[in-house]
Write a protein that binds this ligand. Structure first.
Ligand SMILES: [Zn+2]
Length: 299
């Protein structure tokens, strides 16, 4: 049995936020789950993050509060935490934030998101993400399936970006299960908006297949879990973030590590698609996907 952990990166809304919306699943063979979960936990512990959620976007960014502290890197982890918490507290109180109460409120929300990582320098946070990525990449039978949608190329029609990406990821997972003679189950990050839609869609696919193929090897509708408690969902978040940053900013540090897990048939990386509609694209993902003569499809 394979468990597919699915998470998203980027904003689905076509009119705002990021240029891409990525939905990505990491398939783990169930017999590897225990050893992988424990390896990820041990790795997190070396960064004093054993019980923390690895939220890649928040860990990856620069913290100006830390950059304003003299010789920050030379401090011990407890000293760094104390010093950064003080800087955060001052700013959350409105010091140094120009503008409305709305901005202060947004900052308080941000400060809660970065709170678990304040004792780590940016280099340490990135090293932690890279080590987690390497742990995943070291497992021979872990596979990545993803759809990265270029939002300006998405035409609103029969489905939303989320639904199109979900169909694509599910189809690729099904194709992989067929070849490996295994069954699979899908586990999603809890998402109050998407949950009813995905459950309904999954039921439809179970009854009549996706646009591309019958769903014979996947059981149940997606299960929804709390990402803060599930390391594997955090890994899906890490991989989804890596793919989006590669496409949007050309940042390849993390994707270079996990790319080996992307599902392949021969030399073609069938598991990861960059959707740009009718617009041709020769990016690294499209080339690996065998795009060129053919437009993006579910091949
Ligand atoms: Zn491309």
């Amino acid at each position: 049995m394979h468990i597919l952990y699915v998470d998203e990166s980027g904003i689905e809304d076509l009119s705002s936020g990021t240029s891409h919306f990525v939905l990505l699943g990491v398939a783990i063979p169930s017999e590897q789950w225990k050893s992988l979960d424990s390896a990820l936990g041990d790795l997190k512990a070396t960064y004093d993050l054993r019980d923390a959620e690895i939220h890649t976007a928040w860990m990856h960014r620069r913290y100006s509060e830390q950059e304003s502290i003299a010789d920050f890197d030379a401090l011990s982890r407890p000293e760094r935490r104390t010093a950064t918490e003080l800087a955060v507290k001052r700013r959350a109180g409105g010091v140094g934030i120009l503008g409305s109460a709305k901005k202060v409120k947004a900052y308080r929300r941000e400060s809660r998101a970065i709170a678990p990582y304040l004792h780590l320098t940016r280099a340490e946070r990135i090293a932690c993400l890279e080590e987690l990525a390497r742990e995943i990449a070291s497992r021979r039978d872990v596979r990545i399936f993803a759809d990265a949608i270029s939002k300006p190329d998405f035409k609103t029609g029969h489905s939303t970006p989320y639904e199109m990406a979900f169909e694509q990821v599910l189809t690729r997972f099904q194709a992989y299960l067929e070849v490996s003679g295994s069954t699979g189950i899908v586990v999603h990050d809890n998402n109050a908006t998407a949950a009813p839609r995905l459950t309904k869609l999954a039921r439809k696919y179970h009854a009549s297949g996706t646009f591309y193929r019958k769903i014979t090897n996947i059981v149940e509708t997606p299960l929804f879990v709390d990402s803060s408690l599930t390391s594997m969902i955090q890994i899906a978040d890490l991989c989804a973030f890596s793919l989006r940053r590669l496409l949007e900013n050309g940042e390849d540090g993390l994707w270079n590590i996990v790319e080996t897990c992307a599902d392949r048939q021969g030399s073609t990386c069938v598991g990861v698609r960059h959707y740009t509609g009718r617009r041709s694209c020769t990016c690294r993902i499209c080339k690996a996907h065998g795009r060129g003569a053919k437009r993006a499809s579910a091949r």
